[in-house]
Design a protein around this ligand. Structure first.
Ligand SMILES: [Zn+2]
Length: 189
């Protein structure tokens, strides 16, 4: 019993702390709270989608299970559920174990298509927000309908998309997704 008096119900904070503690201590299912507790993670910002996105509780729990790596991947079936005769390798590339990390970031079959789509989808949102803030567009369409122009330009700012940057020294990655230029200060970002 957490409350001061055994008959008293715990406060929300006490209850949340207790549940979090139990979750973090689980050997297999505590990866997400462990990752969130790292010093370099902004916990509040990382959890905002839980209070701001208006999702169903079932969707939230499913999405939380992904970083917690409790999704029935082939590797999970084989190594955690110990299902007999289970193939643990990735069903797309067949070369590495099918774990959440492999699916989300390492599969050579998904890299040229799905990862690029995901990356470009995020870049589009940032492009739209920047363009709005700099008054380069007046487009209020939802992000999934927004098509970023290659060049946007007004009196004060310039915004380029997928532009090669000329550098004095040769650098391996000189194509920038988004280049934002303040014309007055001539400072690019
Ligand atoms: Zn794969």
């Amino acid at each position: 019993m957490v409350g001061a008096n055994a008959n008293e119900l715990p406060t929300d904070e006490e209850y949340n702390n207790k549940v979090n503690r139990q979750w973090s201590q689980k050997a297999l299912h505590g990866r997400h709270p462990y990752d969130l507790s790292q010093q370099y993670v902004d916990t509040e910002a990382s959890n905002k989608w839980l209070t701001n996105a208006d999702l169903f509780a079932e969707t939230e729990s499913f999405l939380t299970a992904i970083p917690d790596q409790v999704i029935v991947t082939r590797n999970y079936k084989k190594c955690v559920l110990k299902q007999p005769d289970t193939e643990g390798l990735c069903r797309r590339c067949g070369k590495e174990l099918e774990t959440i990390k492999h699916i989300t970031a390492a599969c050579e079959q998904l890299a040229p298509t799905e990862y690029v789509k995901r990356h470009d989808g995020r870049a589009k949102i940032i492009h739209q927000k920047l363009a709005e803030a700099a008054q380069l567009i007046d487009d209020k369409s939802p992000y999934y309908k927004y098509t970023p122009a290659n060049v946007l330009d007004n009196e004060n700012f310039k915004l380029y998309r997928n532009r090669n940057i000329l550098t004095d020294k040769t650098i391996p990655f000189n194509r920038s997704d988004i280049t934002f230029m303040n014309k007055k200060t001539k400072k690019p970002f």
